[in-house]
Each structure stands twice: as structure tokens, then as C-alpha cells.
Design a protein around this ligand. Structure first.
Ligand code: HPA
Ligand code: MG
Length: 230
């Protein structure tokens, strides 16, 4: 069984002073070994390609439900235009939209929601390349005067692009934020998990297009990197 360096840090004790609308992420620490792959099921074609599970699928879903509630509380009665950032954000976006829909159905104020897609590409192997490609985004004029929730990464460039279309409000939801030494990029308004600065795959996050069909968020093994390297 393999392990890697991750931890779910104990959050401060949550008593009555714990705010209802707490938007802080769940923190996964640098020195925790992660979950053994043997504890969960995963596609057998990835046997040997993964080191450990960082965030199991069920935990992702539960955390996403809470983010959906925070978003509903903040946005009130406004219409929402969701801008899903493909490809890595598709699963999170789909699940977040589902959770918002479910909460909305079960409350007396339903939120009209439309979903659009934008595609970004900036990674080769496990390295970020300087050139960010924004694909399928020529006309975002439908955003004018609307509230938006974006889901995805490479935020700064995307936000610049989106702001040019003058939406009334922009909110960003990201499932993961990496703890990097000198963070200059803007942070999402809603964050699922803060994780160590390691390359992770699964839940639609890829390594050269592989691992999107894995439900859990995992660390790729060295042999997995070699196997799928371009
Ligand atoms: N995994 C997959 N895609 C990514 C990552 C990652 O850790 N970081 C930025 N793009
Ligand atoms: Mg990718």
C-alpha cells in the first residue's frame, strides 16, 4: 500500500460562535499520508498509476452540497449564469449545479439558472505552460448585467476576460486551491478544499487527458506519470 503526503487538518473546534456562512475551505495538510487506494474502489485500468486518495468522492459531494448552500445564501433571488470551465471543471460544475437545483427545489425561493461553457488549456504533462488558450469563448455578451459563478482554474486570465463583458456580479467557485509558496493569483470566493502543491488527478482533473474517469481526487504515482507522459 502506498502513501503520500497529505492531511486533513483538524479544523478549529466549531461551537456556537462558528458562523453559519463560513466560507473557509477544508484544509488538507502537507504531512498526512492520504487514504490508501485499497479502502475504495477505482477503475482497475489505473492500478499502479496512483499513489493515494486525497479526497474521496463522497467527501467531494458533501462539501459541494455545503458550497451550494453558501452560494444560495449569498445570491438570494438573483438569476445565475453559470460559466463552467472545461474540461477539468465539468464534474464539479455539474455536481454544484445539481446541488443548487436540489436546494432550490426544496426552498420557497427558486433560482433561475443557465449554464454556459468555456474551455481553457494551459497544462502539458504536470507542468503549467505560459500560454493559456481560451477556447469557445468568443462571445460572452450574454453575461452583461448578470451574476456569474465560474468554476475552474487559471483564474486571473479568465476573470480579466469575463470582466470585459461587464456582468453585474462575478463569483468564483473552485473545488481545489493549492497552497503555493507565493500566491499571486486571485482566489475563488467559494473553495472546497485547500491542498498541498502536488499534482492531483480524478474527478475530471487530468494528466494528459487520462484519469478524468476516476471518481476520487488522487495523487498520481511516478510510474503513472511515466506511462501517460507525452
Ligand atoms: N491536476 C490536474 N490539472 C491541473 C492541476 C492538477 O493538480 N493543477 C492545475 N491543473
Ligand atoms: Mg488538464
Amino acid at each position: 500500500m502506498s502513501a503520500c503526503n497529505f492531511a486533513i487538518e483538524k479544523r478549529p473546534h466549531c461551537d456556537q460562535s462558528c458562523p453559519e456562512d463560513d466560507n473557509s475551505p477544508s484544509i488538507i495538510d502537507d504531512d498526512w499520508p492520504g487514504y490508501s487506494l485499497e479502502l475504495f474502489s477505482y477503475p482497475t485500468h489505473y492500478a499502479g498509476d496512483l499513489q493515494c486518495v486525497v479526497v474521496p468522492h463522497g467527501v467531494i459531494m458533501d462539501r459541494t452540497e455545503r458550497l451550494a448552500r453558501n452560494i444560495m445564501d449569498d445570491l438570494g433571488d438573483h438569476d445565475i449564469v453559470v460559466l463552467c470551465v472545461l474540461k477539468g471543471g465539468y464534474q464539479f460544475c455539474a455536481d454544484l449545479v445539481d446541488k443548487i437545483k436540489a436546494l432550490s427545489c426544496n426552498s420557497d425561493r427558486t433560482i433561475p439558472m443557465r449554464v454556459h461553457f468555456i474551455r481553457l488549456k494551459s497544462y502539458l504533462n504536470d507542468q503549467s505552460t505560459e500560454d493559456l488558450h481560451i477556447l469557445g469563448a468568443e462571445d460572452l455578451s450574454f453575461l452583461a448585467g448578470k451574476g456569474i459563478i465560474g468554476t475552474g482554474k487559471t483564474l486571473t486570465a479568465l476573470l480579466k476576460h469575463v470582466k470585459a463583458f461587464q456582468p453585474k456580479m462575478i463569483k468564483v467557485a473552485g473545488l481545489l486551491v493549492k497552497r503555493v509558496p507565493r500566491r499571486t493569483a486571485s482566489l475563488p470566493d467559494y473553495v472546497g478544499f485547500e491542498i498541498p502543491d502536488r499534482f492531483v488527478v480524478g474527478y475530471a482533473l487530468d494528466y494528459n487527458e487520462y484519469f478524468r474517469d476516476l471518481n476520487h481526487i488522487c495523487v498520481i504515482s511516478d510510474s503513472g506519470k511515466m506511462k501517460y507522459k507525452i
